[in-house]
Design a protein around this ligand. Structure first.
Ligand code: ARG
Length: 564
């Protein structure tokens, strides 16, 4: 259920009674518990505009709001803040909705079609940590949009076209007999090809010839190239499957798939006057930037940006996307800014198409340097994922009475969950300090803390057996606040949706679990002296909390465990 929009509407309506019509009303969360649950701070700005006393406006409005049954307390503070506390009965009445299979969250009123472009590795090499953030953040964003009812098209814009493929084909040719064994380790294959390229002028020339042949559509080159992409994708799929992200072959829409449209894109940009020739290249210039966007090189070759422009055309005109989210490293900010501006100018996208670069910071090690292996190499993603599972196993082994199989399964859920949660729980725009110990810790805002909270509630519920899912009686303020927190899931998901910010969800879940723990310490559930109606109420609260945690983690692509 959405609470804030209800409050906004109530305030807007109450303004009518005092003869004021504000353009918009926005309540915010109270900054401190003693200020109630929400605050409305708009009276000050309105007073200024109407040349009136802010406290007077606030008081009049508060008197009006007071009469509404949703509030238990309406208070004017300071120069004209209005502090709002919600009625326990209102929360109690709505709480059972949080027990349903969507934890009480409705879908958006006007769902739209969205493309989420994420993961998008380059095929020349095995996936490395640079692709981890895009894959994890992108999958969560796609899950969130889908959960709220949008039609989501996941697009893996793999980089499968470029000069490096000439080199790889040349190396293929040299080693035809054992292509399969060579390809089993892509990293090695790439390195070996690169080694040959650097050491032999003859090999380098051959590589360049192959690029031309490949791009000219030579059949045998295309066949080799295809085999290579296939193999690369198999490696990616292994990563996706072990991470449990929803990407497979059907989501691949490669750079090369736009090749046939690139010449058109350039012609259209030239004819519409958006692109101009400059020193033999075709460029788009911008007032606010020294660097133009190059869409065709002097030698006729097309670029990364040209493909992205063709992809926008496809996504808007063929797929019908209203919002397109690019989950890509922050360092590509200028590229996307220019590509988006160009697409709008050229009419490849509509005026109201939302084109968004969902930028994220770098992944750093504990000492703040780019994340590398001990000997300075790039960390392969699959190794990192496997290590997460091994480390999770170490953490849980201590408290074990599990079979080997159970242990493996639990370690996987916790290890992968931790890897995802750690990444998602910081503001994506910041750099991300990768720290195994912190990530797998039981205290703090971690997957394990959340999974543990869930398992704990689950064991309470199991012990309780069947119970009637009544409308709870919210006995004290802790219970009232817990109910409010549970019912705030939708508001938080909406905010995360608008801003495409997954950490809004993790922060919310962390607060929810913390509040539950406090509630549970103070308000026992299963003790003998708890009256049966109180017990039922508290069980409903516990169940709603667990369901909310499970739903929230589900959107983050993180599983829960019934027991840990
Ligand atoms: N392949 C690119 C890279 O690894 C990312 C592609 C992102 N998507 C896009 N439409 N440009 O840097």
């Amino acid at each position: 259920m959405q609470i804030k929009s209800q409050l906004n509407k109530i305030i807007q309506d109450s303004f009518k009674a005092v003869d004021i019509t504000p353009k918009s009303v926005i309540v915010s969360d109270a900054t401190k518990p003693e200020f109630g649950d929400y605050q409305y701070n708009g009276a000050m700005a309105l007073a200024k505009e109407l040349k009136k006393n802010p406290r007077e406006i606030a008081t009049k409005l508060a008197n009006e709001l007071q009469m509404h049954e949703i509030f238990s307390k309406v208070e004017v503070a300071g120069p004209g803040f209005i502090n709002l506390t919600l009625n326990a009965d209102f929360l109690a009445k709505n709480l059972p909705t949080a027990l349903n299979d969507r934890a009480g969250v409705d879908t958006r009123e006007e769902p739209i079609k969205v493309v989420v472009d994420y993961s998008s590795p380059n095929m020349a090499k095995q996936m490395h940590v640079g692709h981890l953030r895009s894959t994890i953040i992108g999958d969560t964003i796609a899950n969130l949009f889908e959960f709220l009812g949008d039609e989501v098209i996941r697009q893996n814009h793999i980089g499968d076209w470029g000069t490096q493929f000439g080199m790889l084909i040349a190396y293929f040719e040299e080693n035809q007999k054992d292509i399969d064994s060579k390809l089993s380790d892509l990293e090695e294959f790439y390195k070996a090809a690169k080694g040959r390229f650097d050491e032999s002028e003859e090999f380098a020339t051959k590589s360049r010839e192959y690029v031309v042949k490949l791009q000219g559509g030579d059949e045998s080159c295309l066949k080799l190239w295809n085999a290579f992409i296939e193999k690369s994708l198999e490696h990616c799929q292994e990563v996706y499957d072990s991470l449990g992200v929803k990407l497979d072959k059907s989501n691949v829409k490669s750079e090369s798939s736009y090749n046939d449209d690139l010449a058109n894109v350039v012609t259209q940009l030239e004819e519409s006057g958006v692109a101009k020739e400059s020193q033999g290249a075709k460029c788009v210039f911008f007032e606010d930037s020294e660097n133009p966007l190059i869409i065709q090189k002097q030698d006729g070759g097309f670029l990364y940006a040209t493909t992205d422009l063709a992809a926008i055309k496809f996504r808007v005109q063929e797929l019908g996307a209203k919002r397109i989210c690019y989950v890509v490293d922050a360092r590509q900010a200028e590229h996307f800014k220019q590509v988006f501006a160009t697409a709008k100018k050229a009419g490849f996208a509509n005026e109201d198409t939302m084109l968004e670069h969902i930028a994220f910071g770098m992944m750093l090690d504990k000492s703040g340097r780019p994340f590398k292996t001990r000997d300075g190499g790039t960390v392969k993603l699959i190794d990192l994922i496997n290590e997460a599972v091994v480390r999770a196993k170490e953490v849980i082994k201590k408290s074990d009475d599990y079979s080997e199989e159970e242990l493996e399964n639990i370690a996987r859920v916790i290890g992968i969950g931790s890897l995802k949660y750690a990444d998602l729980s910081i503001n994506r725009q910041s750099n991300y300090i990768f720290d195994w110990d912190k990530m797998l810790s039981l205290d703090g805002n971690t997957a394990l803390y959340m999974q543990y909270a869930y398992a704990r509630i689950n064991s309470i519920l199991k012990k309780a057996g069947e119970f009637e899912e009544i409308e709870p009686i919210l006995g004290d303020d802790l219970e009232r606040r817990l109910a409010l927190k549970v019912l705030s899931l939708e508001d938080n998901l909406q905010k995360a949706y608008t801003e495409a910010m997954p950490h809004i969800i993790t922060s919310y879940l962390y607060e929810l679990a913390g509040l539950f723990m406090r509630f549970y310490e103070n308000n026992p559930i299963l003790k003998d002296d708890v009256p049966s109606e109180v017990k039922k109420s508290r069980l409903v609260l516990a169940k709603a909390t667990a369901n909310t945690i499970k739903t929230g983690l589900g959107i983050l692509g993180i599983d829960v465990l019934d027991r840990i």
